[in-house]
Design a protein around this ligand. Structure first.
Ligand code: GLN
Length: 236
């Protein structure tokens, strides 16, 4: 690893890896390498403290019991919170939104204190939200529609310090009936989209990368297969 290697933290893939969201870190690394950057994934697993010095961080979804373990770990080792306070981009998928929020209630009705990076609270809804979801992003840097696959029982309500990530055009999203999806606060972007989200939404991947690198833009990548799949997913 050289001084200039971009280091992508994949946080707790051993517990928050249930839905394949570790693929987001692979997409980030690959999109960097295709542009000539050195990049590596740093996996932080359960016994390890979370370093606060990485360039960006990705967290995935998980079942309630697994996300409880992750919550405790992040509270014990606050490296992610320190990095976010310094402006390192953080991508939080599904359960990770709930874990990084103020509190969440499990399907069994137990309330768990979250990490407090997001002004968001989560309670179980009557019906599980499962299926394709498409949205219109609300971040000015994003222009393309977003697509993903959602699978969650929790419904997330945002407080005044957080803003929604997108407006739902198909599917459920945050799940409290307000037609909103995901959350943005400081350097954290949270979304319920699995897929992995960054494989389906390259513009979001590049937004995280430009922020991590502190640059305005990256040269475009010509990947017709990705474009084709996006078209199909947005159509169906
Ligand atoms: N356990 C959480 C829920 O059902 C998160 C699920 C997920 O990460 N896909 O709401």
């Amino acid at each position: 690893m050289s001084e200039s290697t971009v280091r992508i933290g994949l946080v707790l893939p051993d517990v928050m890896g249930t839905y394949g969201d570790g693929g987001n870190a692979l997409v980030l690394r690959q999109r960097l390498r295709m542009r000539g950057y050195d990049a590596e994934i740093v996996e932080i697993t359960l016994p390890q403290p979370v370093p606060n010095s990485l360039d960006l961080y990705a967290l995935g979804g998980a079942e309630d019991s697994a996300q409880r373990l992750a919550t405790r770990h992040l509270q014990q080792y606050p490296g992610l919170q320190e990095a976010a306070a310094k402006g390192a981009p953080v991508l939080a998928i599904c359960a990770a939104i709930q874990v990084l929020g103020e509190w969440y209630e499990t399907a069994e009705g137990e309330r768990v204190d979250g990490v407090g990076l997001l002004d968001a609270t989560t309670t179980p809804q009557a019906k599980r939200a499962i299926g394709e979801v498409t949205t219109t992003p609300l971040l000015p840097e994003l222009t393309a529609a977003l697509t993903g696959f959602e699978n969650h029982r929790g419904g997330t309500k945002l407080g005044g310090d957080a803003t929604p990530f997108a407006k739902v055009t198909r599917g459920i999203g945050n799940g409290i009936g307000d037609g909103l999806e995901g959350v943005v606060q400081g350097s954290v972007i949270g979304t319920y989209m699995h897929g992995p989200a960054l494989a389906r939404n390259p513009e979001l991947a590049d937004l995280l990368l430009t922020r991590a690198l502190g640059i305005d833009s990256l040269p475009p990548l010509d990947l017709p297969e990705v474009d084709q799949l996006r078209k199909e997913r947005l159509r169906t």
